[in-house]
Design a protein around this ligand. Structure first.
Ligand SMILES: [Fe+2]
Length: 351
């Protein structure tokens, strides 16, 4: 005989309700505890492989990732507009020049992590931990192998008059072009950088149009003999179907510039913890996770980039492009020289 046998029906009913309520409430509280363990990620990335990156972190830590994905400038405006009430913990975007500009708006707070400082080379992160580079890309020279027998082997050579009417680039106001110019200012000095810009502009095959993929398409279509673009745009066309480019890459050669001098200009995909981050401890965990071997592979492969962690292998399409020496310049220079870079482009009429 069980105890319940002696209980009046109404009491049994009450106990049953109380028990059910307890179970339900436990569930709700558990849910609440779980959902307060979260981070809000504002990201300008949108790669399928990132889903694995996020779910792996969630499974490992129990910290839920909420994502807002948009263009970098839209995210920066949004964080600024949200002000003190911003739920954003982390901003992920590309180009040290852009991260620097976001930092100038006061968006980032310092992060002191022994792990991040030991994994990420010093020149690829902000000196006080406002942002960190998690993968790199190189800005290189592509050329039409059928037309150009003697391609430029340095950035400086792009300004050589023998390439008149051949060179395609995107607009000078684009952040990649500003960061490249910032590098050139640092390496060659202001005067030489201005002369360089004038020379490249005079060598243009057309007025700047489109993104990096459009510069590569320009070679494929015969409109451009030489183009400047980031490595991952070419690697992507080797890996998957890119309209008006895939299948037409056989005649496109690649030069990693400045191999006999300062090394090829590189940039980063990076992230930093935001000043108003409500989940700071979780955000640090996420950044440290991004520096782990497994995450490095996902993160870099998503956009055909190079991992920053020594020993993490880049994907095969990027390996096919070849090994190279990269410029080890401190990337904060891309921010510090940014305004001057735009002014010099403007002064020579580089649109
Ligand atoms: Fe890009």
């Amino acid at each position: 005989m069980t105890l319940s046998f002696y209980l009046p029906k109404w009491l049994k009913y009450s106990i049953s309700i109380a028990f059910t309520t307890f179970i339900t409430l436990s569930g709700i509280y558990a849910q609440q505890a779980k959902s307060s363990s979260e981070i809000n990620l504002y990201s300008s990335r949108h790669y399928d492989t990132d889903k694995r990156l996020y779910s792996d972190f969630e499974n490992k830590t129990g910290i839920k990732i909420r994502r807002i994905e948009d263009k970098a400038d839209a995210l920066i405006n949004r964080i600024t507009a949200e002000g003190d009430n911003s739920p954003a913990d982390i901003l992920i975007t590309v180009d040290a020049g852009r991260l620097w500009a976001a930092d100038q708006l006061g968006l980032f707070q310092p992060t002191h992590s022994k792990l991040l400082n030991s994994v990420i080379p010093r020149n690829l992160r902000h000196p006080d931990g406002h942002w960190f580079g998690f993968s790199t890309r190189a800005r290189v020279i592509f050329y039409d192998k059928k037309r150009i027998g003697d391609p430029p082997r340095s950035y400086l050579a792009l300004a050589d008059t023998k390439y008149k009417g051949l060179v395609c680039t995107r607009s000078s106001s684009n952040i990649y072009m500003l960061s490249l110019m910032s590098n050139i200012i640092e390496r060659l000095g202001e005067e030489a950088a201005k002369d360089w810009a004038a020379g490249v502009w005079n060598n243009r095959a057309r007025y700047p149009e489109g993104g990096d993929t459009d510069q590569l398409r320009g070679i494929a279509s015969g409109q451009c003999g030489i183009a400047i673009a980031n490595t991952y745009y070419f690697a992507r066309a080797l890996r998957k179907k890119v309209r008006n480019l895939s299948g037409k890459t056989n005649n496109i050669g690649i030069i990693f510039p400045n191999q006999n001098s300062t090394g090829t200009h590189i940039n980063i995909s990076g992230a930093g913890i935001l000043t108003k981050s409500p989940n700071r401890a979780n955000a640090i965990k996420f950044l440290e996770y991004l520096a782990s071997k497994k995450a490095q592979t996902y993160f870099a492969a998503g956009n055909d980039e190079y991992p920053v962690l020594k020993g993490a292998a880049p994907n095969t399409n990027i390996v096919k492009l070849g090994a190279f020496k990269s410029d080890n310049l401190d990337l904060t220079i891309y921010g510090k020289n940014q305004a001057l870079a735009q002014r010099l482009y403007d002064e020579v009429g580089y649109r």
